[in-house]
Design a protein around this ligand. Structure first.
Ligand code: SF4
Length: 263
């Protein structure tokens, strides 16, 4: 066990909050950072034994580990199909990755945004994960729901709660505001649309997420609803836990707006 995603895999990913954290991902980051013991999640079996026998590095330790790993990785091979900008000279490399509405720069020793600001370690881990996953090939252009992906039952619930319902509740009765927020983070409105509003946000170059938004219908008593769709080959580029997390960050960017969304 050596990273947030390893710990995340031990949890049921239901985001039940019994550990005191709002999500299993937040708990996993807290555990890596030595802020909380694994035993605070009642669903992790043998938590004490895992902690005793495994070396869980701190969050900074994890990032150092990832930064060390990237130096010894054949990046030319890993990143050629990822849609990132890559330069290498005299043993130094720069990878520029578009991430939601910003560009993140990874170098031999650092990961920052284009304005040289630190980014949230969860985002840093997601971006390293995207590189190390080393996806190959093209996207299919065919959209599917997460329920059509393998081993996705618990993830579908998390996606519903922290992405789909979050967007539906926040933008209920406010489709114009949603349209404006989509544009502000470089999303593309799709027309014609089978819902009230359809748009695509490229969270990462090979991870576009298509959102269908149906506004509430006061007359018939229907609440607003949202459906997130993914390219059929999305899992060629990211594991499903990372895909759920990427979706949550996209929803946070829309809800909190450009000013409030903190990388
Ligand atoms: S880590 Fe465990 S206790 Fe915490 S939210 Fe997830 S399932 Fe619930």
């Amino acid at each position: 066990m050596n990273n947030v995603f390893d710990i995340l895999k031990l949890t049921p990913k239901t985001n039940c909050k019994k550990c005191g954290y709002p999500t299993c991902m937040a708990f996993a980051v807290g555990a890596v950072n030595d802020e909380i013991s694994l035993s605070h999640c009642p669903f992790i079996e043998d938590a004490k034994s895992i902690e005793t026998h495994k070396n869980i590095p701190s969050e900074q330790g994890l990032l150092r580990e990832l930064q060390g790993k990237i130096k010894t990785t054949d990046l030319n091979e890993k990143i050629k199909d990822l849609g990132v900008d890559f330069h290498e000279a005299n043993g130094n490399f720069t990878i520029k990755i578009p991430y939601i509405n910003r560009t993140i720069v990874i170098t031999n020793n650092d990961i920052k945004d284009m304005d040289n600001r630190e980014i949230d370690p969860r985002d840093a881990i997601l971006l390293y994960n995207y590189i190390f996953f080393g996806g190959k090939g093209d996207l299919s252009g065919e959209w599917i729901g997460m329920e059509s992906m393998p081993n996705s039952i618990s993830k579908v619930k998390t996606l519903k709660r922290y992405t789909e319902e979050k967007l539906a509740i926040f933008f209920s009765g406010k489709p114009d505001e949603l349209r404006s927020r989509v544009s502000s983070i470089n999303g593309v409105i799709i027309e014609p649309c089978e819902a009230h509003l359809c748009f695509i946000i490229k969270v990462l170059p090979k991870i576009p997420i298509k959102i269908h938004f149906w506004d509430m219908d006061e007359e018939d008593g229907f609440p607003a609803s949202v459906k997130a769709l993914y390219d059929r080959r999305a899992m060629n580029f990211l594991d499903i836990e990372s895909l759920v997390f990427a979706s949550e960050r996209m929803a946070e960017a829309l809800v909190e707006g450009e000013q409030g969304f903190n990388y």
